[in-house]
Design a protein around this ligand. Sequence first.
Ligand code: MN
Length: 316
Amino acid sequence: MSVIITVRSDSGAGFRGSAQGIAALLDLATKSGISDRLEKRDCVVSFAEGFTSVYAKNIEKVLYICEEVCLEVCESLVSGHVPIVISGDHSSATGTIAGIKKAKPESRLGIIWVDAHADLHTPYTSCTGNMHGMTLAASLGMDNVACLIRDPDKMTLDFWGRFKRIGGLSEKIRPSDIVYVTLRDLEAQESHLIEKYGIRNFTTKELRDMKKKVLGTLILKHLKDCTDIYLSFDTDSLEGSISKGTGLPVDNGIMPKEAEELIGIILKDPKVVCFEITELNPSFDVNHATTNMVYHILEKALSVLKIEPTHKANSR
Ligand SMILES: [Mn+2]
């Protein structure tokens, strides 16, 4: 059995609707016959609203959701599984990273972040206050006050402090242990951190010019000192002109087949302890195109874990 951890929330995103991405993927998984072979754990938070602020929207709700994700990820790792997290928005990854560190406190965790965005904002630097843009800064335990453009209130900062410490540990990862793939839409505050710490980005051009096996090897080589690897796939990494089913589509992205191939290669590395798919928003999708692309990526990931479909899924 492989464990799928579902996070049906879009509280960290700027648009509603990505919470429905989970059902869209699981629906295809049921049609293909793959669903029966997966154990599913739903991270539910019976929590209506909670504290919110312009600096960090829905931060209390996102905090409780991520605490739940942390526990589920930790538990499935401890019981010997490679959890696959399917979430509505990328804020969940703060919980995922916390869960990996909770299960393996001694590990040096490498992050492969396949995303158009850097997700390095904080309540001090974000113009939107959307929590899904703060995921990695929180996991790094960073505030980035050097690039301060806002002055958050005390209540927001109290919650931000708790958000950074989910799982009982701040600074869960090192900036040098992050690798971006196809990052291409970022703000000056984030560039500051990327330049300061020399965080590696494999651009779409590099990705296109290289054999995916070579690229996969380079990415893994960059993380050679890490003991464990977590691969996080944001749907907006896909080429925006053909993939509309996500909150913030961006042009010049990865093609679906390239993503499948690369993810397949990386997941074969025994150091990979967790895989995540996020930010599929069916309400923006056109003829289920993005849903189908992302489903095939999920199917590829499952096939590496030796879970194969019994039917053809792409029949909507
Ligand atoms: Mn993201």
